[in-house]
Design a protein around this ligand. Structure first.
Ligand code: DC
Length: 242
């Protein structure tokens, strides 16, 4: 027999009162962008949160103001006042506006990703961005990607996808992606950078990169984009979201 729902229950199922969330977590270069953009088409009207972009923007904002990125308190203090707007649906028409200025190109640089990874290890920084991330949860639903979407930010998500792939394969994919955007890079340092970022993201004391206990793990090594999307489609069906 169904029992009445309690405040603790709310949001635990997509039939519940809370806005449903689908989370897509995984390491750098694993293809989260492909999956989240596809999900946005598959779940019309749902909002998107690219949480990595928030860490990147905050790192860049601090760097531009000459703030020492190891000074977590000073970095975190910048977070509440940052005026951030995301526009565009595809990789090609994406626009990231900060204080009305177009930061898209600089936010997407590898060097900015490394700065983001550095500040992301600080509890004060994570705490400062937590509510901003939760605020993206609006009807009819949210697709959130990052590292700790399923474990920390949206633990009541209706579907938690955790993507993984070998560092070598991710470096190759990232190289292709960057060259398509006209950003110059070479494979060996990219691979090194990915390994170093993995190491930091997986081993940090707070909110480390790992699958939630109830996550659906999708290993994309050796899979084509179409294969990956077929797996995600199967997950949508299984979780009755499609
Ligand atoms: O996904 P990305 O490459 O844009 O993320 C940049 C860095 O931000 C990543 O190396 C770790 C950090 N990050 C995080 O710690 N937690 C998130 N939810 C998203 C990103």
């Amino acid at each position: 027999m169904a029992r009445p729902s309690t405040p603790q229950d709310s949001g635990l199922t997509h039939r519940g009162p809370a806005t449903p969330v689908v989370t897509v977590d995984g390491p750098s270069g694993v293809g989260k962008g492909l999956v989240t953009r596809w999900l946005a088409q598959r779940l019309p009207g749902w909002h998107r949160l690219d949480s990595g972009a928030l860490y990147r923007i905050l790192a860049l904002a601090a760097h531009r103001r000459g703030i020492d990125l190891h000074d977590a308190g000073a970095v975190a203090a910048l977070a509440p006042a940052l005026d951030i707007r995301f526009a565009g649906m595809t990789e090609d028409d994406e626009a990231i506006l900060v204080g009305g200025e177009d930061w898209t190109h600089d936010v997407r640089k590898e060097s900015t990703g490394a700065l983001a990874s550095l500040i992301a290890a600080a509890p004060a920084v994570r705490a400062a961005l937590l509510q901003r991330q939760k605020d993206f949860r609006r009807a009819p639903g949210l697709i959130a990607d990052g590292r700790d979407m399923g474990t920390i930010v949206f633990p009541d998500a209706v579907l938690k996808i955790f993507m993984d792939a070998s560092p070598e394969e991710r470096a190759l994919r990232r190289l292709k992606q960057l060259s398509e955007k006209g950003i110059k890079a070479t494979l060996a340092p990219l691979c090194e950078e990915i390994r170093a970022r993995d190491e930091r993201d997986r081993n940090r004391a707070i909110a480390p990169l790992k699958p939630a206990d109830d996550a659906e793990v999708v290993d994309t090594t050796g899979l084509s984009p179409q294969d990956v999307l077929s797996k995600v489609e199967a997950l949508l069906q299984r979780h009755r979201l499609a």
